[in-house]
Write a protein that binds this ligand. Structure first.
Ligand code: PMP
Length: 450
């Protein structure tokens, strides 16, 4: 130590932006014209130049209870000061057990076991490994193929980008995993543009799964993974009955169904998880983000009883047993688990999932009030999610979206863009005037955009 006090002040502007290689960011553009926030409270960030920015995206779909929640902050402070770390295997501590029980109580049915990790990407790769190992341990070792979906986003691990279907996220990293197929995505402006809620057209796209199954033989397929509502690709709402049809085909052929609920988990659709909203039960659910309100990184893989039991029940003739040889140094970390427990308390005490459910019709009206606004070629919504698709500028895909993003930030609204699609997913504490403000700002920005 050179005696200099440690500077952890978020208000201090960094004097060199270069060393930090930012993820998923146009680094050169950012470093010329940085957009920094220095604090957050409730529905707002404060920018480095002292402006209030209305959070239209719950950070990155994670701060469902809004920012600066004292109960969560206190839980984190309390735990870190008396148990900073405990080993994640062979030894543990009480908090992840309690958190797993709480998650289990939020789901109808036999979702009895939760495996913890540190992010959505880790949750996805863990879920894929659990699915593969589950079949092995049951003696169904030929089931090694995985099926994802075009335009799907399942994080950035090799498993996640293999089953994922966003071209830019895959293109530099091949050859990726073997034995992966992709269902078609459900985006279709010809049939579904400006649909409110779930589109009527498109359930038949699930039947493509049957074709893939026939092609490879059902006995070779381990699992299908989809986001119930695809977020990062630009908000694709599942057509009515689509998810149900996937479930039926999986059931027919002994294939596990995984719902990646990293964005839909914890109230985004007005229910604890999308499985309840859609009435379709996957075998495995991945979650992260809203699990800790974004305060401390954490992810989870929620499994139906039979999956865990397959490992627990296995024994060879000599009585040797087996375990899942997988995990992370920080699985079930005390500070993350404490943040998770406090977060679930806040959701519960404030009835935030019910609040999201009640606000959803108002949200829908607000989203569709943008119909006719310049550049808008589609509007989509479900729960407290919306997608606003802009016509790309000829020869410059993504440019219009990025400009909209920058101008919204200047005008005090944080949105998220993927290419030319704007996604909004506010904290569930949002109120009606704030919803109005979001869409008024967006309308002004879009009307004045080239
Ligand atoms: N799955 C889905 C559906 C996601 O939306 C995301 C993140 N946007 C991830 C996985 C990856 O999560 P993380 O960034 O925490 O790794």
């Amino acid at each position: 130590m050179d005696g200099t006090a440690l500077n952890v002040n978020a208000d201090a502007t960094p004097n060199n932006l270069e060393p930090y290689w930012m993820p998923f960011t146009w680094n050169r553009q950012f470093k010329k014209d940085p957009m920094l926030v220095t604090s957050a409270k409730g529905m707002h960030y404060t920018s480095a130049d002292g402006r209030e920015i209305l959070d239209g995206t719950a950070g990155l779909w994670c701060c469902n209870a809004g920012h600066g929640r004292e109960k969560i902050v206190e839980a984190v402070q309390q735990v870190v000061s008396h148990l900073d770390y405990a080993p994640s295997f062979q030894v543990s501590h009480p908090l992840p057990f309690e958190l797993a029980s709480r998650i289990r109580s939020m789901l109808p049915g036999d979702y009895e076991h939760v495996f913890f990790c540190n992010s959505g990407s880790e949750a996805v790769d863990s879920a894929l490994k659990i699915a593969l190992a589950y079949h092995r341990v049951r003696g169904d070792a030929a089931r090694t193929r995985l099926i994802g979906r075009e335009r799907g986003y399942h994080g950035t691990g090799f498993g996640g980008i293999s089953v994922g279907g966003i071209v830019k996220n895959r293109m530099f990293f091949g050859p990726l995993m073997n034995g992966v197929d992709h269902l078609p995505h459900t985006h279709n402006l010809e049939h579904n543009a400006f649909t409110r809620g779930q589109p009527q057209w498109g359930a038949h796209l699930a039947d493509e799964l049957e074709r893939i199954v026939q092609l490879h033989d059902a006995s070779t397929i381990a699992a299908v993974i989809v986001e119930p509502v695809a977020g990062s690709t630009g908000v694709l709402i599942p057509p009515q009955d689509y998810l149900k049809r996937l479930r039926e085909i999986c059931d027919r052929h002994g294939i596990l169904l995984i719902f990646d609920e990293v964005i839909t988990g914890f109230g985004r659709l007005g229910k604890p998880f999308a499985t309840e909203y859609f009435g379709v039960k996957p075998d495995i659910i991945t979650c992260a983000k809203g699990l800790t309100n974004g305060v401390i990184p954490m992810g989870g893989v929620i499994c139906r009883k039979g999956i865990y039991d397959a490992f627990m029940d296995w024994a060879d003739e000599s009585g040797n047993t087996i375990e899942l040889f997988h995990g992370y140094t920080y699985s079930g970390h005390p500070v993350a688990a404490a943040a998770g427990l406090a977060t679930l308390d806040v959701y519960n005490e404030e009835g935030l999932f019910e609040r999201a459910n009640e606000l959803a019709p108002y949200w829908e009206e607000a989203v569709h009030s943008l119909k006719g606004t310049r550049h808008v070629i589609d509007l989509r919504n479900l729960g407290l999610i919306s997608g606003i698709e802009l016509e790309p500028r000829p020869g410059a895909p993504g440019a219009r979206g990025y400009e909209a993003f920058k101008r919204c930030f200047e005008k005090g609204l944080l949105i998220r863009v993927t290419g030319d699609i704007i996604a909004l997913s506010p904290p569930l504490i949002v109120d009606k005037p704030q919803i109005d403000q979001m869409y008024t700002t967006l309308r002004e920005v879009l009307e004045n955009l080239d």
